[in-house]
Design a protein around this ligand. Structure first.
Ligand SMILES: [Zn+2]
Length: 338
């Protein structure tokens, strides 16, 4: 899990604010109870003075500590029972004078014995989702949503596998990569193939599986990423990049998915930045998925030999082919409407 410092600080200050709010609510309830039942206030006052009474009792009992302690204990039990009875008869809940934590396990601190509480872990996963940049329509794509039957099982052009056999192979590659990355390893994949052949779907499956395992994923279109590089360099004069994008997030994420590589508006600066980013993640053993509608020879023309050979050296090439699913879906939809 590598959330950015900023995000982690936001989460923890959220915890502090929540604690503060619950304490204030408790204080207000207590004030109201004291106002309605003055005897409860008197009981609390007496309990607060127990420390002092203990010393007094000890002196009066002829320094018999056990005797004075047992007297104090039975007095305390009597007082708390009386207090509970008073609360009940006045229509208050038994725990009305206590703090009502959102998470009683960690008392809204996020930690139990220096370990992250399950509520904090959950919150971090949620934050990772919120900051993933994953489009909403892709957030529900997962292994369970996968239906290989929508891929044709007929031979396709000169391919040795049918599109369905191929997508099942690709799914296996993705599942292996998820296992490897979730275990702390590094895996880089290049998804290449024409539009509508399942690349976005498998990128989202990979993103969602890793997010649900508590890893951080950043999903960004190549166009937005290059706009971001330009904006970082040229400031306000450059094209507007999505506000969620930050250098910190790009650097910290466990998996970076760059979608639609080759569709970006490239300046020489954004090209250099892109190359540098891909290179750096390879060196740091941070996983990356590149997804592109172009085949390798076309990529060589779009970029250059150096760029493509860097990718070929560090990435597993995952090919997608077949008819455009969006088109076949639309055709199927139309014919079933008739
Ligand atoms: Zn908790």
């Amino acid at each position: 899990m590598a959330l950015t410092e900023t995000t982690m600080q936001e989460i923890l200050s959220g915890y502090a604010a929540r604690r503060q709010q619950h304490e204030t609510e408790r204080d207000l309830r207590v004030a109201e109870i004291y106002r309605q039942i003055p005897e409860v206030a008197a009981i609390d006052e007496e309990i607060r003075s127990f420390g002092l009474n203990a010393i007094k009792g000890y002196l009066q009992s002829g320094h018999d500590a056990a005797k004075s302690l047992s007297e104090l204990r039975s007095r305390y039990e009597h007082l708390t029972a009386r207090k509970q009875a008073l609360l009940r008869s006045n229509g208050f809940a038994p725990d009305a004078m206590e703090i009502h934590y959102t998470c009683p396990i960690c008392k809204d601190t996020g930690y139990v014995d220096y370990e992250k509480c399950s509520c904090l872990k959950q919150r971090i996963v949620q934050a990772a989702y919120d900051h993933s940049g994953l489009p909403n329509n892709l957030k529900k794509e997962n292994r369970q949503a996968f239906d290989p039957a929508i891929f044709s099982d007929e031979p396709y052009q000169n391919e040795a596998l049918t599109p369905r056999q191929n997508i099942l192979n690709n799914l296996k590659v993705v599942e292996d990569a998820v296992a490897q990355i979730s275990a702390g390893g590094c895996r880089n994949l290049l998804f290449t193939g024409t539009a509508g052949t399942g690349k976005s779907f498998l990128s989202s499956v990979m993103a969602n599986e890793l997010l649900s395992l508590g890893k951080t994923v950043l999903y960004v279109g190549s166009y937005d990423l290059c706009a971001f590089f330009d904006q970082e360099h040229f400031g306000e004069r450059a094209r507007k990049a999505p506000s969620a994008l930050s250098a910190e997030a790009i650097e910290a994420c466990d998996l970076l998915i760059i979608d639609d590589l080759g569709a970006e508006f490239r300046t020489s600066l954004s090209y250099t930045s892109l190359f540098h980013l891909i290179n750096q993640r390879l060196q740091n053993e941070q996983s990356t998925v590149l997804s592109t509608n172009w085949w390798i020879p076309e990529l060589k023309e779009l970029y250059d030999e150096r760029f493509v050979s860097r990718i070929l050296g560090g990435y597993t090439i995952v090919r997608f082919f077949g008819l455009d699913l969006r088109v076949t879906k639309a055709i199927a939809g139309n014919s079933s409407n008739r």
